[in-house]
Write a protein that binds this ligand. Structure first.
Ligand code: SDX
Length: 388
C-alpha cells in the first residue's frame, strides 16, 4: 500500500515482479496510473496526455504534449509492403487474427528494433507501435468489410484520425462529432493499462527473453483475444443480445450460478477487483452521456444491462463471490452506440492497451537487474521410474 509495493519474489517470475506504472487496490476499487486516479484522468485528460504519463511518468507540459503528439503523427503510416499483408487474409478473418499477424510483421520492417539495448531504438519502437496500431486496427476493419483503406490524416488528433480511418470512404466524407470522439478517447484511457493482467504478463515474459517489441506486442494481442480477458466485451454484447429481454435475465443469472453450466456472466467478476472496477462506473457514466447526446437514451441493451447489473448485485451468489461489473460490461454498449461493430471491440481494446504494454515492456527491459522470466511448476506427474 502507499509507496511500499510488497511482492513475493519467490512467486512471480522476474519478468513482472515490481512496477511503478499502475497501482490497483482490488478491495477498495482503486486504479492509479503513475499515482493519478483513473476517475481524474478519464475526465480531465486526453489519451495522448495519458500515453505520455504512462511512458514517461509525468503528465506533459503544453510544449511536451505538442512535441509528443507530433512525434506520434510522424509514424502513423504503414510501409506499403506491409499494407499488402492484409490481402493474404480471408475477408472474414477475425480482426484480432489480422492484428496478431500484421503487428508481429512490423518486426520484419524495423531491423534496428531488434537491438533493444539501445534506449533510442526502444523509444522509437514505442512511438511506432502507439502511432501505427490505430492505422492497423482501422485497416483490419476496412479489409473485413471490403472497403478501401483510408490513410491516416495528421491534421486530425489521435482519436479523430482513428474514427476517420474507420468510417470515412472515398465516396463519403466523415467528420467525427465531438461527443463520439470524446467518448472514444475516454474508452482508450480506461483501457490503457492495468498492472500485470494476463496480456501484459505475456508481453513482459516474451520481452524478458530479449524478443523485439513488435513480436512482444503481437503476443499480448494474442493473449488479450481470449473471452476470459479482452474478448469479454464482444462476448458481453453477444450475451446481452442473446438474453434479449429483461424477462429472461433470471434464467441467465441461474445459469451463471450453476457449476454444471459453463455459462459465465460476461463482463462480471475479476481476478483482482473484489469491489467495483472503477472503470465500469466510468464506462456506465459514458454510456449515459453518449446515449443521451445521441438521442438513444432508451437503448434497449443499455436498459437490459442496467437491470441485469441491479439483479446480479442483489443476488447472494454474486455478493458472496464478490462479483461486480468489470470494464467490459458496459464498454460494448458504448462502442455499439458510437457505431463500432461488435467484431472490433477487442481490437480497439488492444489498440488502447498498446501504450500500457509498451510502457511495461520498456520498464522491464530498462531494469539492469532484469532476467529472463521462468515461472516454476508443481510437478504432479509420475515419479521417476526405469524403462523395463
Ligand atoms: C479483463 O486482469 C485484468 O486486469 C484483466 C482486465 C484488464 O484490464 O486487463 O481487467 C480486463 O479481462 C476483465 C475480465 C473480463 N472477463 C470477463 O468478464 C469474463 C467473465 N468473468 C469470468 O470469466 C471471471 O470473473 C474471470 C475470468 C474474470 C475471473 O475468474 P476467476 O479467477 O475464477 O474469478 P474468481 O476467483 O473471483 O471467481 C470466484 C468464483 C468462482 O467460483 P468458485 O470456484 O468459487 O465456485 O466466482 C465464479 C468463479 O467460477 N465466477 C463467476 C464469474 N466470475 C467468477 N460466476 C459466474 N459469472 C462470472 N462472470
Amino acid at each position: 500500500k502507499g509507496d511500499v509495493f510488497t511482492y513475493d519474489p519467490g512467486f512471480v517470475s522476474t519478468a513482472s515482479s515490481k512496477s511503478a506504472i499502475t497501482f490497483i487496490d482490488g478491495d477498495q476499487g482503486v486504479l492509479l496510473y503513475r499515482g493519478y486516479p483513473i476517475e481524474q484522468l478519464a475526465t480531465r485528460c486526453d489519451f495522448m496526455e495519458v500515453c505520455h504519463l504512462l511512458l514517461n511518468g509525468e503528465l506533459p507540459t503544453p510544449d511536451q504534449k505538442q512535441q509528443f503528439v507530433q512525434t506520434i503523427k510522424n509514424h502513423t503510416m504503414l510501409h506499403e509492403q506491409l499494407v499488402k499483408f492484409f490481402s493474404g487474409f480471408r475477408r472474414d478473418a477475425h480482426p484480432m487474427a489480422v492484428m496478431v499477424g500484421v503487428v508481429g510483421a512490423l518486426s520484419a520492417f524495423y531491423h534496428e528494433a531488434m537491438d533493444i539495448s539501445d534506449a533510442l531504438h526502444r523509444e522509437q519502437s514505442a512511438f511506432r507501435l502507439i502511432a501505427k496500431l490505430p492505422t492497423i486496427t482501422a485497416m483490419a476493419y476496412k479489409y473485413n468489410i471490403g472497403q478501401p483503406f483510408i490513410y491516416p490524416r495528421n491534421d486530425l488528433d489521435y482519436t479523430e484520425n482513428f474514427l476517420h480511418m474507420m468510417f470515412a470512404t472515398p465516396a463519403e466524407k466523415y467528420e467525427p462529432n465531438a461527443v463520439i470522439a470524446r467518448a472514444m478517447d475516454r474508452i482508450l484511457i480506461l483501457h490503457a493499462d492495468h498492472e500485470q493482467n494476463a496480456s501484459t504478463s505475456t508481453v513482459r515474459l516474451a520481452g524478458s527473453s530479449g524478443a523485439n517489441p513488435f513480436a512482444c506486442i503481437s503476443a499480448g494481442i494474442a493473449c488479450l483475444w481470449g473471452p476470459a480477458h479482452g474478448g469479454a466485451n464482444e462476448a458481453c454484447l453477444n450475451m446481452l443480445e442473446e438474453i434479449g429481454d429483461i424477462s429472461r435475465i433470471n434464467e441467465y443469472i441461474k445459469r451463471a450460478k450453476d457449476k454444471n453450466d459453463p455459462f459465465r456472466l460476461m463482463g462480471f467478476g475479476h481476478r483482482v477487483y473484489k469491489n467495483f472496477d472503477p472503470r465500469a462506473n466510468l464506462m456506465r457514466e459514458t454510456c449515459h452521456e453518449v446515449l443521451n447526446e445521441l438521442g438513444l437514451h432508451n437503448d434497449r441493451l443499455f436498459k437490459l444491462a442496467l437491470e441485469l447489473e441491479r439483479i446480479a448485485l442483489e443476488d447472494d451468489y454474486f455478493i458472496s463471490k464478490k462479483l461486480y461489473p468489470n470494464v467490459d460490461f458496459y464498454s460494448g454498449i458504448v462502442q455499439r452506440a458510437l457505431g463500432i461493430p461488435t467484431s472490433m471491440f477487442t481490437s480497439i481494446f488492444a489498440m488502447a492497451r498498446t501504450v500500457g504494454w509498451v510502457a511495461q515492456w520498456n520498464e522491464m527491459i530498462s531494469d539492469p537487474e532484469q532476467k529472463i522470466g521462468r515461472p516454476r511448476q508443481l510437478y504432479v506427474g509420475t515419479p521417476r521410474r526405469d524403462v523395463p
